[in-house]
Design a binder for this molecule. Structure first.
Ligand code: AMP
Ligand code: ZN
Length: 663
């Protein structure tokens, strides 16, 4: 086969695998094999630039940077939907329809996905352009970003019209949203508030490779265009599915409004089991001819109606506003509420996010406020019941000084959050940093917990992580609830942390944006803290997976006097600030690209040692089995469901010995 043919064949194969994996959820090859094919294609494409294709599967990783999003007119306007909130609203709608069209009416009931609307044009089976809804008449061209969404086909299969537009919603499933937030928090960044805003925010990011890293999905619900030959809305969905789009299977075609009501009733409850947020149901007249007869109002089609679920909402009293200081100095205002039950849990606090939010809501102490639990994990305040406001209630004045150290707060341009700039002297920041340093994924100091850290700081015994190593039993004994035994354990735990490997110490330093994974990458690349501290921003950025934000942050950290002092003290106490000789000697790339699950009890090496070995050989340890897993290393007592799942997916199961032999 010629290289040219090989390029085309690889593209086709990879497309099929993408579809199997992201749309049908039934992969037929391992991730590892997929990656090998993709790499092969990348190499070939770089050799034959004349055969490049903007819709090649290699384009999924993004790379294009959009400085200004072009505004483009929609070929057909993107309307809004009329909303209904009750059964009688829907019955009224049905009678309006019955008066306007002849013959029986059937309805397609669909889920109303809560994300960002998108309209995508395909020409000759290739993704041509993606536009946001904008004002309905014109939207922003976000093609480069949308192309990175793996469940959206770049090239269609089957019998598609030459040119058409397809509309849908870009969403972020809960699981991916949570994973993103976990990572952000561990890097000292503000978590995202809810999946919907994150999805729509992602579409407007300038760097498409950042979008590629976000686990967005695109769910489609309608095809627009002449000469599609389609007669029914339900057929729209089926056709789109056949051409390779992700169209959720929950939609149903029914013959009566009673059946519509049943569908709504069912999903009002079942929606909590869906992997993504929906905010209602959309009911559409199924027959497209009848749709034409019904037409549009100024704002919305007459042939469709959204039924909105009620977000659970309660009213309660705002007792006071407190302000939390995070380890990076970021201030978060918190509403402290009269306890109230909401969606099955008792709520006492709600986030107020930042000063702008307080201003916007004009919320005042003593107010009756409405609290809602939507896609967010923390409930939020959505409004104030002004009819209940006390005449004397005074406008909330945002704090101008740190609630702890009284330093005047600062607010950087373009940031919503206020910060306490007193990094070195502000107690909650000091405590937060040391708590991070001792946390499980960092130095994991046994015998020392977060509350004890706070106590030690308050007692003036420690001011930074290095001070931990100077603690003596006699310092600890006067503290409350600190007996001889616990003091000994604490000192012992602190001493043994000197064995913790470099990458975890690096993570423990709490450098902004340096989470667990980034710390590993940096440790592996630079091998010593000295080499890392001398790296320029350009050097850092050249490291695989390190972006400009991280590079700048790392660079700044090593140019800060306090960090240098901390590091030289940690060094003098014997902390691991470089990869050990042994690690260096044993590093291989044997397992590069492999994702490995470890389960059960092991005899020759500990679980942690096993994980270390996997990583030292270039592999990645993951916690749960999926089609992407390369191996399950099973000790005795391996979880039966894990084993079963691995067997079902055809994943190789290795014994401890087999694994050790392998490496
Ligand atoms: P609204 O923003 O409340 O006017 O609702 C209209 C929006 O709902 C549309 O712009 C779509 O993006 C979104 N939507 C979500 N799911 C569907 C669906 N199944 N059918 C039509 N629109 C939907
Ligand atoms: Zn402060």
């Amino acid at each position: 086969m010629s290289d040219r043919e090989l390029i085309f064949q690889l593209r086709n194969e990879l497309r099929k695998h993408n579809h199997n994996y992201y749309v049908l959820d039934t992969p037929t090859i391992s991730d590892f094999e997929f990656d090998i094919k993709l790499k092969k294609l990348q190499v070939l494409e770089s050799q034959y630039p004349e055969l490049s294709d903007p819709n090649s599967p290699t384009m999924r990783v993004g790379g294009a940077v959009t400085k200004n999003f072009q505004t483009v007119f929609h070929a057909q306007r993107m309307y809004s939907l009329d909303n209904s909130y009750s059964k009688s609203d829907l019955l009224d709608w049905e009678s309006r329809i019955k008066r306007a069209v002849d013959g029986p009416v059937s309805y397609t009931c669909e889920l109303k996905y809560d994300g960002a609307s998108i309209s995508i044009t395909y020409k000759n089976g290739c993704l041509f352009r993606a536009l946001t809804r904008g004002d309905g008449n014109k939207g922003d061209d976000v093609t480069a970003n949308v192309k990175t969404i793996k469940s959206l086909p770049l090239v269609l299969q089957g019998d598609f019209p030459e040119s058409f537009e397809i509309r849908g919603e870009i969403i972020l499933p809960f699981k991916g949203f949570k994973a993103m937030n976990k990572q952000r928090i561990s890097q000292g960044e503000e978590p995202f508030k809810n999946p919907r805003n994150t999805a729509s925010g992602s579409l407007k990011l300038q760097d498409s490779s950042e979008v590629a890293r976000r686990p967005l999905e695109c769910l489609l619900y309608s095809i627009e265009g002449e000469n599609t030959g389609i007669k029914y809305q339900y057929e729209n969905l089926e056709k789109a599915r056949m051409w390779g789009f992700k169209v959720p299977e929950e939609a149903q075609c029914v013959d009566s409004i009673e059946a519509v009501l049943k569908f709504i009733e069912y999903w009002d409850k079942a929606r909590c089991d869906l992997p993504y947020e929906i905010d209602g149901i959309v009911v559409k007249v199924n027959d497209l001819q009848q749709q034409v007869e019904l037409g549009y109002t100024a704002k919305a089609p007459r042939w469709a109606m959204a039924y909105k679920f009620k977000a659970e909402q309660v009213s309660t009293k705002l007792n006071y506003i407190s302000y939390q200081v995070g380890r990076t100095g970021a201030i978060t205002p918190v509403a402290n509420l009269e306890a109230v039950e909401l969606a099955g849990t008792v709520v006492k606090r709600a986030s107020l996010h930042n000063a702008d939010q307080i201003l916007k809501l004009d919320v005042r102490v003593g107010d009756a406020v409405f609290v809602e639990k939507g896609g967010e994990i923390i409930p939020k305040i959505i409004g104030v019941d002004l009819s209940k406001r006390n005449l004397g209630a005074s406008k909330t004045k945002y704090i101008s000084e740190c609630p702890d150290c009284k330093t005047p707060l600062i607010r950087k341009d373009g940031e919503a959050q206020h910060y306490c700039p007193n990094t070195i002297g502000c107690p909650p920041q000091i405590i937060g940093r040391i708590q991070h340093y001792i946390s499980r994924k960092a130095l994991d100091i046994e015998g020392l917990g977060g509350e004890t850290v706070a106590m030690l700081v308050a007692a003036g015994l420690i001011k930074d992580a290095a001070d931990l190593y100077t603690l003596q039993i006699k310092d600890l004994l006067p503290l409350e609830r600190m007996a001889q035994k616990s003091a000994e354990n604490l000192i012992k735990g602190v001493q043994s942390s000197k064995q913790i490997p470099f990458e975890r110490v690096l993570f423990g330093l709490g450098i902004r944006y340096v989470g667990e994974t980034v710390a590993k990458i940096l440790a592996k690349h630079y091998k010593t803290v000295h080499a890392l501290s001398e790296a320029s921003v350009e050097d850092l950025e050249a490291v695989d997976e390190i972006g400009i934000k991280i590079a700048k942050s790392v660079y700044a950290f090593f140019r800060n006097d306090a960090s240098i002092r901390l590091l030289s003290r940690l060094y003098s106490y014997g902390l691991q600030l470089s990869l050990s000789e042994e690690v260096l000697a044993n590093q291989t790339t044997l397992l590069t690209g492999h994702r490995i699950v470890v389960s059960g009890v092991f005899e020759q090496v500990s679980r942690n040692e096993l994980k270390r070995l996997i990583e030292a050989n270039g592999g990645k340890v993951v916690s749960s089995i999926s089609s992407k897993t390369s191996y399950l290393i099973a000790g005795s007592n391996v979880g039966p469901s894990k084993r079963q799942k691995a067997e079902n997916l055809g994943i190789t199961i290795l014994t401890e010995q087999a694994f050790l032999d392998k490496i």
